[in-house]
Design a binder for this molecule. Structure first.
Ligand code: C2O
Ligand code: CU
Ligand code: CU
Length: 520
């Protein structure tokens, strides 16, 4: 089977830059009627979620019209350089469509509250675990200490107990969109897909004038007829589970409203366990300010935004009268001769995440966005060392009809490794010198993409798919394509200690595709 036609790679990250002639200066493109909204709602979603069982009484109904108004997660903002929050993780009911599902939540909310910080702030989180099993917390993308009660992925918080985290953001911490989620090896996919996630915003030193800012957290979930999150099959865990229902801030197809000519800032988080997102908002004008912790000097007009699991987009949307759909287009991350489909990957359909209704009086044109200083470029700095890291997934036994022995005597099928080894928290796999710059070649020998994430220290993507990257691109999740490579440079600045890097298809991480790094 052929991979889905690759999105034209611009700047090495697949986001599709808008061609100047394709700019839509005015007028609705692809207007959408109320009737069409109803029709989309009547389509595959319900069938996907509920299977042939149909709509059981009391089940989560997902076939209604586009859902209610988009709800913003509650915001908690630092004051006087400090933010102290209490987060309680617990199981509870969540309204989805016309029904109710049982999910996991922070503080009874889905997503958890948005934490809004500034560089130089101190964040304290008292995490109370009201789940029946252990958990912990990771602040994804923050450049903070990994030690002790900092962003320490080795912490274990038992059922019923509380742990006090404390993070200190350096005064020059990059601004951008970050997020938090549990990181207890073995149950990360389960707890994140259950609903445990929230956004973190680190504000810009110079604010950008916008009419409103929205946090948009995208996740997917598999719900059974009783409204419970469905347990993944063995294959789901191997390939990375993908839920048939996409949620935007925990809602099914909510509606967003704006006046024409307004400039909004959208902070988009791909919180899906395994789903890659190719986001389109046809009929509107999107400009990408940056991804993860990186930003362009000048925003880029784009038609499509590509987010691997864990990635975030910092977007400007300038509204055009009419109704547009925020859509997630399919992306084929598995290249296994049709096995992808057999394993429950939905490489087929696209999903509508939301409807954006733009109507009313034209807003005055927003002030231009000031250029930002260019980010540091490690291509001008000689690396102290280079490494090659090999990401593998053993599928040998599968074609032959059953698991076969791996090199260590265990089953070869379903071994997800880095340099041939599965995660062991007691072992240190990579030692790097504090203050040094290293160049890493990330090699993927498996027939599926792996989005590779390094904690604490951001990566500058310098080459992907054998082609050098043109721009200065800083990421904390870098997609390494099936049977392909990516090259990054990393500056091990500011913080020392032990942390991890791993595949952000969280089932792969839980299955062993994670390694320990120590910087000192
Ligand atoms: Cu978002 Cu180590 O994870
Ligand atoms: Cu992380
Ligand atoms: Cu992976």
């Amino acid at each position: 089977m052929q991979r889905a036609a690759p999105v034209e790679p611009v700047d090495g990250v697949h986001s599709v830059e808008r061609h100047p002639v394709e700019r839509h200066p005015a007028g609705p493109v692809e207007p959408v009627s109320r009737r069409q909204l109803l029709l989309w709602g009547a389509g595959g979603l319900a069938a996907t979620a509920l299977g042939t069982a149909g709509l059981v009484r009391g089940a989560v109904r997902l076939d209604g019209p586009a859902g209610g108004a988009l709800a913003a997660p509650r915001e908690l903002k630092s004051r006087g350089r400090n933010l102290e929050v209490q987060l309680t993780a617990a199981r509870g009911p969540v309204r989805l469509g016309d029904g109710e599902a049982t999910m996991l939540r922070y503080n009874g909310m889905l997503p958890g509250p948005t934490l809004r910080l500034r560089p130089g702030d101190r964040l304290k989180v008292a995490l109370r675990n009201d789940l029946p099993e252990a958990t912990n917390l990771h602040v994804h993308g923050l450049h903070v200490s990994p030690q002790d009660n900092g962003d320490n992925p080795f912490v274990h918080i038992g059922a019923g107990s509380t742990f006090n985290y404390e993070y200190e953001l350096p005064a020059d911490h990059p601004s951008g969109v970050f997020w938090y989620h549990p990181h207890l090896h073995g149950s990360v996919a389960e707890q994140v897909s259950g609903g445990l996630y929230g956004a973190i915003i680190v504000e810009d030193p110079e604010p950008i004038a916008v009419s409103r800012e929205r946090v948009l957290m995208i996740s997917d979930v598999s719900l059974g007829p009783s409204g419970r999150v469905q347990s993944p099959s063995f294959m789901d865990r191997m390939m990375g589970r993908m839920g048939g229902v996409l949620l935007l801030n925990g809602q099914v197809r909510p509606q967003l409203e704006a006046r024409p000519g307004q400039r909004e800032r959208w902070r988009v988080v791909n919180a899906c366990v395994s789903r890659y997102l190719r986001l389109r908002l046809d009929g509107q004008q999107m400009e990408l300010l940056g991804m993860d912790l990186g930003h362009y000097a000048v925003p880029r007009a784009v038609d499509e935004v590509f987010l691997a699991p864990g990635n975030r987009a910092d977007l400007l949307v300038t509204t055009v009268a009419g109704t547009s759909r925020l859509r997630a287009l399919p992306y084929n991350r598995v290249n296994m001769g049709g096995m992808g489909n057999m394993m429950g990957q939905d490489s087929g359909g696209e999903h509508t995440l939301a409807a954006l209704v733009v109507a009313g009086q034209q807003a005055p044109a927003p002030a231009p966005v000031a250029a930002r200083p260019a980010s540091r470029d490690l291509r001008g700095e000689a690396p102290a060392g280079t490494r090659e890291l090999v990401f593998s997934a053993a599928f040998g036994g599968m074609m032959g009809g059953g698991p076969v022995g791996g090199p260590d005597g265990g089953p070869a099928f379903g071994r997800f490794t880095i340099d041939g080894r599965e995660f062991d928290p007691a072992r240190t796999d990579v030692r790097a010198k504090a203050g040094s710059v290293e160049e890493w070649t990330l090699t993927n020998t498996s027939p599926m993409d792996h989005p590779i994430h390094l904690h604490i220290w951001p990566m500058q993507l310098i080459e992907t798919g054998g082609r050098p990257v043109r721009d200065i691109l800083w990421r904390d999740v870098v997609n390494v394509p099936a049977n392909g490579q990516a090259r990054v440079r990393i500056a091990f600045d500011d913080h020392v200690g032990r942390s991890v890097f791993h595949c952000h298809i969280l089932d792969h991480e839980d299955n062993g595709m994670m390694a320990v790094i120590e910087v000192r």
